[in-house]
Ligand binder design. Structure first.
Ligand code: PLP
Length: 398
C-alpha cells in the first residue's frame, strides 16, 4: 500500500506526457482478446517479417559470439568494418559513395535514428514536415524534442507523394526537418529520381534537412529496383538516409540500422548516441557486416516471395470485388474502406466477424482515414483465406 502511495507521488516529466499515444497497442489488445477466446485469427495488421534470418548470417553470429574481443565494450560508435560493409552495399546497389568514417552512423535499428534525428536538430517550437499518413515513430522524435509537426498529406491522386507546392511557404521557411519514406509505409507507394530531385531543390530553397526513411528499399515488385535518395545530386549536402537490416535480411530482432549521408548530421547522431549507448554487441556487428557483403540471393528471393504473396492477395481481392492499387514496393497493401465505415469501425468488423486483423488507416494520420493496411507477412494460403472470409461478409459488389 505504501509503495502504491509512493508511486503516485512520482510524477513523470512533462516530456513523457507529451508522447503520442500508441494507437496500434490498442489493435494488438483487441486481436489478443479474440485469440484468447480461441478464434483462429489471421493477423495482417502488423509489420513483423515472418521469415527467419538466412542461416549464413545466424552461423556467423554463433561463431563471432566466441570472440573475446566482442565480450568487451565495442567502440562507442561501432566497428569501422560494419560501416565499410554498408558503404560497399550502397556502392554496389545504388552507385553511391560514402565515407565510412564520417558519413555512416550505426543505429540500434532504424527506429532509434528516426527518433534521434529530431532530438539532434529541433529546438522546442521548431517545425518538422511529416507525411500523413506516415510511420508513427516520426511523431515520437518530434514530441521528445518539443518540436511541432506540419503534416504533408499523401493523397492517392498524387501517387502518395507530398505536394510541395501545397505547403504554406511561411511554414516551409520555419521548418528545419522533413521526413520522407519510399517505398512507403503504409501506402506501398514508391518514388522515382524526379521526386527526390524536387525534394532536394525544395530543401535547399527552404534550408530544410531531409530524412529519407529507406526501410523497404530492398522490396520492389514487377522488376522494379528502388531508388535511394542518396543517388540524387546534392542529396548529401541536405540530408541523410535511414537504412535497416530488419526487412532486407529478416533481422528485425537484431536491431541493426544505419544513418548515411550528410557528415554534419551523422556527427550529431553519433554524438547523441555517445551519451545514450555503447554500440551493438560486436558479434551482431560482424554478422551484420556479412549480411551486407555476403551473397545477396536471399534478398532477391525475399522480394520474389512478397511478390507472389501480393499477387495471390490481389487475385483473391479481385474475386470478392475489393478494388485497389497494387503496391510498387514495401510489404504493405493500402485498401479503401467500403462506404459507411470509418477505418477503425471497418477493422473492428473484420476482426469480430471474419477473425482478420487489419490496421486502420487513421492510426497513421488523418489522411489515412478511408483506408486499411494489410501486411504481406503470411503465406499465400493464409492471405487468400483472409480475403475469402472477408468476402463472406458481402461488403463488396463483386
Ligand atoms: N521505417 C519504417 C517505415 C518502418 O515501417 C519501420 C519498421 O517497421 C522502421 C522504419 C524501423 O525499422 P527498424 O527499427 O526495425 O530498423
Amino acid at each position: 500500500m505504501e509503495a502504491m502511495e509512493q508511486a503516485k507521488r512520482i510524477k513523470p516529466a512533462a516530456r513523457m506526457e507529451g508522447l503520442p499515444t500508441q494507437f496500434f497497442a490498442k489493435l494488438v489488445a483487441k486481436a489478443n482478446a479474440q485469440i484468447a477466446k480461441g478464434k483462429d485469427v489471421i493477423n495482417l495488421g502488423q509489420g513483423n517479417p515472418d521469415q527467419p534470418t538466412p542461416p549464413h548470417i545466424v552461423d556467423k553470429l554463433k561463431e563471432a559470439a566466441d570472440n573475446p574481443l566482442y565480450h568487451k565494450y565495442p567502440p562507442f560508435s561501432g566497428y569501422l568494418f560494419l560501416k565499410q560493409a554498408v558503404a560497399q552495399r550502397y556502392r554496389e546497389d545504388y552507385g553511391v559513395e560514402l565515407d565510412p568514417a564520417t558519413e555512416v552512423a550505426i543505429l540500434f535499428g532504424g527506429k532509434t535514428g528516426l527518433v534521434e534525428i529530431s532530438q539532434c536538430l529541433l529546438n522546442p517550437g521548431d517545425i518538422c514536415l511529416v507525411p500523413d499518413p506516415g510511420y508513427p515513430d516520426y511523431w515520437s522524435g518530434v514530441a521528445l524534442a518539443g518540436g511541432e509537426m506540419a503534416f504533408m498529406p499523401l493523397l492517392e491522386k498524387n501517387g502518395y507523394l507530398p505536394d510541395f507546392s501545397a505547403i504554406d511557404p511561411a511554414v516551409a521557411d520555419k521548418a528545419k526537418l522533413m521526413f520522407m519514406n519510399y517505398p512507403n509505409n503504409p501506402t506501398g507507394a514508391v518514388a522515382g529520381p524526379e521526386f527526390y530531385e524536387e525534394a532536394v531543390a525544395y530543401a535547399v530553397k527552404h534550408n530544410i534537412v531531409l530524412a529519407s526513411d529507406f526501410a523497404y528499399g530492398a522490396i520492389g515488385y514487377d522488376g522494379r529496383k528502388q531508388v535511394s535518395f542518396l543517388e540524387t545530386p546534392g542529396a548529401k549536402e541536405v540530408g541523410v538516409e535511414f537504412y535497416t537490416l530488419s526487412k532486407t535480411y529478416n533481422m528485425a530482432g537484431w536491431r541493426v540500422g544505419f544513418a548515411l549521408g550528410n557528415a554534419d548530421v551523422i556527427g550529431m547522431i553519433n554524438l547523441i548516441q555517445d551519451h545514450y549507448y555503447c554500440s551493438l554487441f560486436g558479434g551482431i556487428q560482424e554478422a551484420a557486416a556479412l549480411a551486407l557483403t555476403g551473397p545477396q540471393q536471399c534478398v532477391e528471393e525475399l522480394a520474389a516471395r512478397y511478390e507472389r504473396r501480393r499477387d495471390a492477395l490481389f487475385t483473391a481481392l479481385d474475386r470478392i470485388g475489393w478494388k485497389a492499387e497494387r503496391p510498387g514496393g514495401s510489404f504493405f497493401c493500402w485498401l479503401p474502406v467500403p462506404e459507411g465505415y470509418t477505418s477503425e469501425q471497418f477493422a473492428d468488423k473484420l476482426l469480430l466477424e471474419a477473425d482478420v486483423v487489419v490496421a486502420p488507416g487513421v492510426g497513421f494520420g488523418v489522411h489515412g482515414e478511408g483506408y486499411v493496411r494489410l501486411g504481406l507477412l503470411s503465406d499465400e494460403a493464409r492471405l487468400t483465406e483472409a480475403v475469402e472470409r472477408i468476402g463472406k461478409l458481402g461488403l463488396f459488389g463483386s
